[in-house]
Design a protein around this ligand. Structure first.
Ligand code: ARG
Length: 596
């Protein structure tokens, strides 16, 4: 690459994250203006669109603390900012209200930015600086084995996968770990029934279905005291490593994972590891020992527990790390898991995705691990329990199938594809059958995923077929359709017409062009906040707004016009919108369609 180009590229790289760049420029200007750097913080926000694109709000709180006039403080900063030629080329400044400094980007800068990050590789390379040098273990999905997954399992899979993809795109190394529940009490009952009531044909046809039936049967039979005792005996045999028990357990796990994987494939999820509870069973002695040596655990009614006296809640609620019968439990294996992720994977960050009901468990796990690692001279990775609410029916209660059982995930996905086929056929009756089938699969699965990802994960969400399959509103069909529509603009153009657009384009002029260009730039801060808060819906909401800004632009500004400069810059907007839309959707686990 010629030297000058490389130099320009590096300069633009600095401006990739415009909010961050402005933040550092403002901090520098404030220092030059003699403000106290310990007290002043720039506080960059999205501006009131009447005044600008970004806004620095720091003058007001600074003035309050220093008992100064906020407008004067802002003026001092602006006086310094005006000296900066790099900034002057790119933005115009103004002061609003009690001292907010507004930045309005110049159209030529917007065009430069869009040209610098014009394709997937450049965009990805720039984004990968956001979480460089991080290694994140993401524990998601993580169902208990020997059971079908039901609708409740989808949130962890879909949210977890989106988090992995976003982090990876932003430069983190991601380890996808499925921490399956493959050890413990249910196996006693399952084995009891398996040995007496197995239906071999049913097992061959649908392993998870049959294993689940056997487990339920075992649980019912165990209402009888003598059966319960035999179930306990089965469990003891397994825990003591009886070769026959272990062989059966391995077989059950293999079948379980096979069953789970058919669904993961449908959802386009691939794990790096299945390090479930059983993997940690021989690693628990070290945990007892170290917690004891560190003086963190104590005996209570035969059990080993950890209290956190400084905590309002966990001073009283114990974290039970060994049961009174001497057996390990969920807490023990999770403690061992924390250690393994630190030592084996060298994780700088650990993310676990489950529903709200496990809040206490993970808070106690984090507190305990932090103290334990501190006492033993280890570093504590950043820990995030990514929690989510439940999926409710339109009556506000958790959704159930007609029989009252939870809806099987498999059935839910099949129904989504079926319903999507009807919707797509209605909209486009001339599609050939095989293309229709493909589109229906993408639209169906994506709609289910996006129904989840468009909501703030902290709240419960209402599952409604009509809403999630609608072509209107913040839905997968709407976004997929928006992407397909931009694609159709390009299909009509000759390849050579798309070349050298950058050189031909004139700076943006119309309000719709400028609004859309700005929206595209803001993808960086959206990725930033979505990965920092581990909330994929921030990206979803952004994509919906981007599609809206595109519609507004497209309806008001004709793209294929005679004037080369105008046509080129509008085509650039189409192309970059498509790039961001497709990239963003793929980070949410949604593939786009060329037409639908
Ligand atoms: N198997 C658990 C469940 O179904 C979730 C496991 C989450 N991960 C963990 N490390 N505890 O609720």
């Amino acid at each position: 690459m010629p030297r000058l180009l490389r130099f320009c590229g590096r300069l633009m790289q600095d401006w990739f994250d415009v909010a961050k760049k402005i933040e550092s420029i403002v901090a520098e200007a404030a220092a030059k203006a003699g403000l106290d750097g310990e007290v002043f913080s720039p506080e960059i926000r999205t501006a009131d669109p009447r005044f600008g694109d970004l806004q620095a709000n720091g003058a007001l709180p600074y003035a309050k603390r220093q008992k100064a006039n906020p407008r004067q403080v802002a003026q001092q900063i602006v006086a310094q900012l005006e000296e900066d030629p790099e900034l002057a080329k790119r933005a115009t400044l103004s002061i609003a209200g009690p001292g907010f400094i507004n930045f309005k980007f110049k159209p030529a800068f917007l065009l430069d930015w869009l040209n610098a990050f014009s394709h997937q590789t450049a965009f990805r390379a720039a984004a990968s600086s956001l979480h460089a040098d991080e290694k994140v273990v993401v524990d998601y999905g993580s169902p208990n084995t020997a059971k079908q997954m039901h609708v409740g399992h989808i949130r962890s899979i879909v949210i977890g996968e989106a988090i992995c993809r976003m982090l990876e795109f932003c430069g983190a190394e991601v380890v996808r770990d499925n921490h399956i529940g493959d050890w413990g009490t249910p196996y006693g009952k399952l084995f009891y029934a398996y040995k007496r009531h197995l239906d071999k044909d049913a097992l061959a046809k649908d392993p998870l279905e049959e294993l689940e039936r056997l487990y339920k049967l075992g649980s019912e039979l165990a209402n009888d005291e003598t059966v319960l005792e035999e179930c306990r005996q089965e469990l003891v045999e397994l825990q003591n490593g009886n070769p026959d028990s272990i062989a059966l357990w391995e077989r059950v796990n293999e079948l379980s994972i096979q069953g789970l994987e058919t669904i993961y494939q449908q959802l386009d999820v691939r794990y790096d590891h299945y390090l479930g509870e059983s993997f940690y069973r021989d690693k628990v002695e070290q945990v007892y020992q170290e917690l004891n040596d560190a003086g963190l655990s104590k005996e209570s009614q035969g059990a080993l527990v950890v209290f956190h006296p400084e905590h309002p809640r966990y001073a009283k609620i114990p974290f039970i790390v060994r049961k009174s019968d001497g057996a390990s439990n969920y807490a023990t294996t999770d403690l061992a898991t924390m250690l393994y992720r630190l030592e084996h994977f060298q994780a700088t960050s650990i993310v676990i995705v489950t529903d709200f009901r496990q809040k206490d468990h993970f808070e106690q796990l984090e507190l305990t691990t932090r103290k334990w690692f501190e006492k033993t001279g280890r570093s504590m990775p950043k820990f995030s329990h990514v929690m989510f609410g439940s999926i409710n029916g339109e009556d506000g209660k958790p959704i159930k199938s007609r029989s009252g059982d939870p809806i099987r995930l498999r059935d839910l996905l099949a129904e989504a594809i079926e319903r999507a086929a009807r919707v797509v056929r209605e909209k486009n009756p001339d599609l050939p059958e095989d293309e229709l089938a493909n589109i229906a699969r993408v639209v169906g699965i994506s709609s289910i995923k996006y129904a989840d990802l468009s909501q703030n994960r902290s709240s419960d969400y209402v599952f409604a077929w009509d809403k999630l399959l609608s072509f209107e509103g913040n839905t997968a069909p709407y976004l997929l359709y928006a992407a397909a529509r931009i694609n159709s603009i390009f299909r009509k153009l000759e390849a050579e017409q798309l070349e050298s657009l950058d050189a031909q384009a004139s700076p943006f002029e119309t309000p719709e062009e400028i609004a859309l260009a700005n929206k595209i730039l803001s993808v960086v801060s959206v990725l930033q906040s979505a990965t920092e808060t581990l909330r994929p819906h921030l990206l979803g909401t952004y994509l919906f707004e981007l599609a809206g800004a595109f519609s507004a632009f497209y309806n008001a500004n004709k793209v294929i016009v005679d004037e080369t400069g105008i046509k080129a810059r509008r085509l650039i907007l189409c192309q970059r919108t498509l790039l961001v839309l497709e990239t963003g959707l793929s980070l949410l686990g949604i593939p786009t369609l060329k037409r639908m």
